[in-house]
Design a protein around this ligand. Structure first.
Ligand code: AHG
Ligand code: MN
Ligand code: MN
Ligand code: MN
Length: 334
C-alpha cells in the first residue's frame, strides 16, 4: 500500500485538527464518502438501468426532479441516518429540513446541508454531475435541533466538500485547514489522496456563466463580460468561455486551472438561482480555503445571514484577481 493514502486514512490522520470531540466529524465525512460511492455506482451505470430521466415530481425549488436527484437524496439521508452523527439534514430536494430520529442519533451534534445531485440536467447526456455538502455544529444545547440551528452563516461551517462524478470521480473537502482532493480508484473502491493542499491560481483566463441570460444580467455583469471579450495581450484577453452547467464541476475547473464562475441575479431569478445553504456556502468555503474569493458581487458569501432554508443568492467565485475585477464592475455599474 505504500504511496497510497485513502480518504479514511487521511481523515483519521487529520482528526487532531478538529476543534471538537474527535471522531464524530470523521465518521460524518466517512458516511458522506460511502453514500457518494453508492451514488457514483448508480451514475456510472445510469444508461444501463432505468434510472435516467424525469421522476415526474417537482421539488420545492420549482424544478422537475430527475430520478437520480431523488435516488441521491435518499442515499445521503440514509447514510447520515445510520451513521449517527447528524441530527438534521437540509436538502435541496426536501421541502423542509429532515430531523434524524434514529436511536443511534440521540446525541448527534451535526447539521448537514446538501445538494445531493448538482447539475442534474447533465444526467441524461452523460456529462459531469456532482454532490455538494456543508456541515455545521448545532448551536442549541437541549431538545431537538431547530431551524435556527440550520440557518447559520457560512463562516460557521466546520467542513464542506463536493464530489464530482466526471471522467473520474473525485471528492474535494475542507475542514478549514486547507483543501484536499481525492480520486476514486474503482479497482479498490477507495477515494485516494491525489490533490493534496489545493490552491487556486491567483488569476486565470476562463470565465464561466450561462451567457444565454445576457439580456437579463445586471449592467455590471454585462460590462464584465464585454471586458472579458476584449483583446488585450498584457492581460491574456480575450478570455476563454467554459460552462458545464454543474456548478461543482465549473468551480472545480476554476480551482485547478484558475477562472471565475458567475451566477448573477437575472430578471427570471431576481435573487439569483443558486442556493445559499446547499451550493454557495460550501463552494465559497472551499474556494476561500484554497486562496480564492466568493462574493454575491458586492459582499462575501460566507458573511450572509441566512433567513430561510432555500434562500437563493447571486455568486461570483474563483481566482481572486478575476473576482475582484468583476466586483469592480458590479460596484461601478450595478
Ligand atoms: P441542481 O442541478 O442542483 O438544481 O443545480 C443546478 C445549478 C448549478 O449546478 C448549475 O451551475 C446551474 O444550476 C445551471 O443553471 P442554468 O441551467 O440556469 O445555467
Ligand atoms: Mn435541482
Ligand atoms: Mn445544484
Ligand atoms: Mn441538485
Amino acid at each position: 500500500m505504500s504511496g497510497i493514502k485513502t480518504l479514511g486514512q487521511f481523515i483519521i490522520e487529520k482528526q487532531a485538527d478538529f476543534p471538537y470531540a474527535k471522531g464524530e466529524l470523521s465518521r460524518l465525512l466517512r458516511d458522506i464518502g460511502i453514500a457518494s460511492k453508492i451514488v457514483n455506482r448508480e451514475v456510472n451505470k445510469a444508461g444501463l438501468v432505468d434510472i435516467l430521466g424525469d421522476a415526474d415530481t417537482i421539488n420545492i425549488q420549482g424544478e422537475g426532479q430527475k430520478k437520480l436527484d431523488v435516488y441521491a437524496n435518499e442515499q445521503f439521508i440514509s447514510a447520515l441516518t445510520s451513521g449517527g452523527e447528524c441530527c438534521i439534514v437540509a436538502s435541496e430536494e426536501e421541502d423542509d429540513f429532515v430531523r434524524i430520529e434514529s436511536p443511534v442519533s440521540k446525541n448527534a451534534r451535526y447539521i448537514v446541508c446538501i445538494d445531493p445531485l448538482d447539475g442534474s440536467s447533465n444526467i441524461d447526456i452523460n456529462v459531469t454531475v456532482g454532490t455538494i455538502f456543508s456541515i455545521y455544529r448545532r448551536k442549541s444545547t437541549e431538545g431537538p435541533a431547530t431551524l435556527d440551528d440550520v440557518l447559520q452563516k457560512g463562516t460557521e461551517q466546520v467542513a464542506a466538500g463536493y464530489v464530482i462524478y466526471g471522467s473520474s470521480t473525485m471528492m474535494v473537502y475542507t475542514t478549514g485547514k486547507g483543501v484536499n482532493g481525492f480520486t476514486l480508484d474503482p479497482s479498490i473502491g477507495e477515494f485516494c489522496l491525489s490533490h493534496p493542499n489545493m490552491k487556486i491560481p491567483e488569476d486565470g483566463v476562463i470565465y464561466s456563466i450561462n451567457e444565454g441570460n445576457y439580456v437579463h444580467f445586471p449592467e455590471g455583469v454585462k460590462k464584465y463580460i464585454k471586458y472579458a471579450q476584449v483583446e488585450d495581450k498584457a492581460t491574456n484577453r480575450p478570455y476563454t468561455s467554459r460552462y458545464i452547467g454543474a456548478m461543482a464541476a465549473d468551480i472545480h475547473r476554476s480551482l485547478i486551472k484558475g477562472g471565475i464562475y458567475m451566477y448573477p441575479t437575472t430578471s427570471a431569478s431576481p435573487k439569483g438561482k443558486l442556493r445559499l445553504l446547499y451550493e454557495c456556502n460550501p463552494m465559497a468555503f472551499i474556494i476561500e480555503q484554497a486562496g480564492g474569493i466568493a462574493s454575491d458581487g458586492l459582499n462575501r458569501i460566507l458573511d450572509i445571514e441566512p433567513t430561510e432554508l432555500h434562500q437563493r443568492v447571486a455568486i461570483f467565485v474563483g481566482s481572486p484577481k478575476m473576482v475582484k475585477k468583476a466586483e469592480e464592475f458590479m460596484a461601478e455599474f450595478s
